[in-house]
Design a protein around this ligand. Sequence first.
Ligand SMILES: Nc1ncnc2c1ncn2[C@@H]1O[C@H](COP(=O)(O)OP(=O)(O)OP(=O)(O)O)[C@@H](O)[C@H]1O
Ligand SMILES: [Mg+2]
Length: 443
Amino acid sequence: MTRAISLHDVSKSYAKGVRVVDRLSLDIEPGEFLVLLGPSGCGKSTVLRMIAGLEEIDEGELLLDGEYANDLAPSARDMAMVFQNFALYPNMTSRANIGFPLRVEAPGADPRPRVDATARMLGIEDLLDRLPGQLSGGERQRVAMGRAIARHPSAFLMDEPLSNLDAKLRNRLRAEISKLTRELGVTTVYVTHDQSEAMSLGDRVAVLRGGVLQQLGTPRSVYALPRNVFVAAFIGTPRINLLRGVVRAPLDGAMTIGLGRQALRLPEPLSLDHQLLRVQQGREVIVGLRSEAVRLAKPASARPGEVPISGLVEHVEFQGHEVLVHFNTGSSPAVVPDLEAPRPARRTRRRREGGRVLGRLKERAGALRAGPVVVLDDPADARDPAPPEGRLPGDLIVRTTPDLELRHGMQVPLLVDIAHLFVFDQHGERICPAPARLPDLED
Ligand SMILES: Nc1ncnc2c1ncn2[C@@H]1O[C@H](COP(=O)(O)OP(=O)(O)OP(=O)(O)O)[C@@H](O)[C@H]1O
Ligand SMILES: [Mg+2]
């Protein structure tokens, strides 16, 4: 029987006072493939280990098939774990490795039929007589997977099982895992820090940051309606463009969002979402534009809902089927802390900013409210915007076809599709489209 897994307000601290998992609630349906996604150190493995019973739960409840299971022994949970560093018994053949849990479970029974069926499913029939030392990394990983599934557990818990493999093999095994878990219909919780892996595998994705659930939803919904700027920036490649903006809503004129030297003029009549932005008049916000929300075209060719800006070509990234153009539009990028940095790095960075009382207050407010991302630094930073880590100078990346001849230094007209505009407030919470349009946290 496949199993439903529920976490209700589950918390975990290792050192006193520091919660690495903070009041996490998740309901995982029987047969669902749920991905836990987040940067290094956000608590993904800890959550998985608590579900497996390898880590004690400090507060909150774990329910398996609706039954309280905090204190259930790991062996009684009937779950199979696959780790990043899969361990096979080095002196056993693949056949013996895969059959091992079967022999433990039912000592008298012949494991052969199950081992053969599993090997067929994974395409490793030819490897059954080899020792782990005679297998490649990818082959070993498949044998490890075979050992986990031969038993038909009631749930799979997978912790970055593919991260040691090269990209090609990773893609292939990713497809195999997806097919296999669905064929078996077994509830699967899969941990990764790789958003593209999460998006391609998950029925739903739970995005974690600093031990706090940021959003839970289908890949489509977390991409289309990210609840905050962290989720927006964590999901999607190239990363969403995040620019500092100022809302201007004069009583007698058109509403605009100032972006440094330029402004987006919101089309009239204002949509409901844009009308709600009025209350932000004069305030700093963060504007999010995915690369597909902007195209290279003259103002004259604007379709309804598109507004013109222009950009100076800083860098052209050829990708074969498409080109990523880095523009300087005269705006300042907003910086999102914690996107990839492990926790210690974040602390160091914050400590460096330690003199800034405002920053610290925001940090504390963020910690207290357990979740919201504090994005806007001291306004003084706006004078000297540094490019966000991992990005080249240029504040706007746009995707285009490879046939355009673009060179560094060209001034290019751009059209922004306002229907695809995101606006986040100073705490990084999405305010446009309106938060009510969020598929709610437990959807
Ligand atoms: N046994 C432990 N003792 C103390 N701190 C721990 C222990 N295990 C994990 N931590 C801390 O808890 C936090 C969450 O760790 P966890 O392993 O769950 O992160 P993760 O999201 O799986 O990260 P990664 O992607 O790097 O594997 C980290 O800050 C980590 O340093
Ligand atoms: Mg981990």
